[in-house]
Design a protein around this ligand. Structure first.
Ligand SMILES: NC(=O)c1ccc[n+]([C@@H]2O[C@H](COP(=O)([O-])OP(=O)(O)OC[C@H]3O[C@@H](n4cnc5c(N)ncnc54)[C@H](OP(=O)(O)O)[C@@H]3O)[C@@H](O)[C@H]2O)c1
Length: 249
């Protein structure tokens, strides 16, 4: 019997959850629990970490998981790395469901950097008005450049004061559109955008808006994840599951 663990958090994970539910497949959806109200899924859902590689190995065995799909965000490198090691140890076939990174088009003014620290270094020391489109986890890193203004976009209202002296948070959940993101940047007189190269249509709006406004973007490269099989669409994962089941994997 096939029993699937779907590590979620992305739009692609939600699409796959719908296909699995429609096909009546036995699957469990897993959220990290980073947002207060995660989107409801049409599958049994669990929330929270497994407890590292060892915890995930135990979970895979206890739940009788036969296949795992890692559809976390491309920047959720710890989870993806743990999944590679735990699935190898437990003998559970794993695929990553991953969208492509964004590529610059004519008129884009992108600077690629390798990590958050380099993104901070790439900003002016003062006077910049920065749209920090990176979520909430690494905001404090930008305290190293306190003389800039920072605009944050967060899913949930911050529970603690923002760790930056001149900052404002807008609370919104994607997908976003170019007109809305352009208006947001104009309203806040943004001069620089900092973003992760997450890929995907809804999150790309800020980059298209930046191009329209002629603004520079500091784009953070994806972190390293150990090699694993990658599929790029929910339907390709469904085919992989069908095929593996036929082979008796
Ligand atoms: N990082 C981003 O830029 C970003 C952006 C948008 C959405 N997200 C989503 O937010 C979630 C967490 O991101 P993160 O940056 O904290 O990842 P991370 O640094 O790779 O993960 C840290 C820890 O959180 C737990 N975890 C992460 N994803 C999980 C999942 N789907 N189910 C159960 N536990 C999970 C694991 O804990 P244990 O070691 O205890 O198992 C993992 O070791 C992911 O689902 C991701 O898709 C992340």
């Amino acid at each position: 019997m096939t029993r699937i663990l779907l590590l979620g958090g992305t739009t692609e994970a939600t699409m796959l959850a719908r296909l699995l539910a429609e096909a009546g497949m036995d699957a469990i959806f897993s959220y990290a629990g980073r947002t207060d109200k995660p989107m409801a899924q049409p599958l049994p859902t669990r929330v929270g970490g497994f407890g590292g590689v060892a915890g995930l190995v135990d979970y895979l065995k206890a739940e009788g998981i036969t296949h795992a799909v890692d559809a976390t965000h491309p920047f959720a490198a710890q989870m993806s790395t743990n999944a590679v090691h735990a699935c190898a140890e437990a003998g559970v076939p794993l695929v990553g469901l991953e969208r492509s990174g964004w590529r610059a088009a004519e008129g884009d003014r992108w600077t690629h950097v390798v990590d958050m620290e380099s993104a901070v270094a790439a900003l002016p020391d003062s006077g910049a008005r920065v749209f920090l489109a990176i979520g909430k986890q690494h905001v404090a890193d930008f305290a190293g450049k306190p003389a800039n203004f920072y605009l944050l976009r967060l899913v949930d209202p911050p529970k603690d004061p923002l760790p930056l002296p001149d900052a404002e948070a807008v609370i919104a959940r994607g997908p976003f559109d170019v007109a809305g993101d352009r208006a947001l940047m104009e309203r806040h007189r943004i001069t620089h955008i900092v973003a992760k190269n997450g890929g995907g249509a809804g999150a790309r709006a800020k980059l298209d808006a930046a191009r329209e406004l002629g603004l520079p973007v500091i784009l953070i490269n994806r972190p390293h994840v150990p090699p694993r099989r990658i599929l790029t669409s929910a339907s390709a994962v469904m085919e992989w599951l069908d095929h593996s089941a036929d082979l008796g994997v």
